[in-house]
Ligand binder design. Sequence first.
Ligand code: GUN
Length: 293
Amino acid sequence: MILVDGKKTSQDIKNEIAARVAEIKTEGGKTPHLAAILVGNDGASQTYVGAKVKACHEIGFESTLVRLEETVSEEELLKVVDDINQNPDIDGLIVQLPLPRHISVEKVTNKIKPEKDVDGFTPANVGRMTLNWPAYVAATPYGIVELLKRYEIETSGKHCVVIGRSHIVGSPMSILMARNGNPGNATVTLTHSRTQNLKEITKTADILIVAIGKPEFVTADMVKEGAVVIDVGIHRVEDSSKKSGFRLIGDVKFDEVSQKASAITPVPGGVGPMTIASLLYNTLQAAEKKIYQ
Ligand code: GUN
């Protein structure tokens, strides 16, 4: 069984990006610059944004964090997005989700200039990805694609089953696995909460991508012998034996599924660390104008 190590792979990618940034600086070019907007005080969002800003500094990017009150109006937020859109020094912009309920995610997302949309959330980038044009691809699916590529996991002609149809993970993942490319060329089944006989379907998967958001949902009886299993879930469970009082588990029951899988991502240390590496890579591409020429 191959343990697909996202921690190591993400570090490799960060090293590659850092080397390119050093080169750009030596050539007298502009330092890549990521801006993040964080609205309110959600604990998880603060942690994620903090990790993104820290990663920028580790690899030599500039970063700007704009923090806004929970009570900020939609109009004010749209103005901040527009200011960043117009700022030539900033290459990439992310607006951390979720947003407070009085703000329309659609309006805010649609305001982000596609050329700076390094989260790959705008209709322009989702459409471009779907057409198999150059696009910013959302961080989690892009991270999974990169893991499959770097571990040389064959996807062509394989049956890939995706569990979960979210806009951020399941839906783009199904498109990327089906597209004519590498990784890609898989026969894809996208399953969700209304799917009947889920277990019968997952048992036929050569590649199983689980993004359902339910702790240890996938058990060994749902998995074919030799399958590749990618676990996108991340959940905290109480564990008094840990100093922190908790441990992290995924959407897959790792202990039993890893006995059957030919390759599997652990939690933590699998897909999670890849997301930040993808965001940094997208920002480098934005700075170098590789997607929109
Ligand atoms: N919230 C959860 N995941 C993400 C992400 O990838 N980007 C942004 N902007 N917000 C998120």
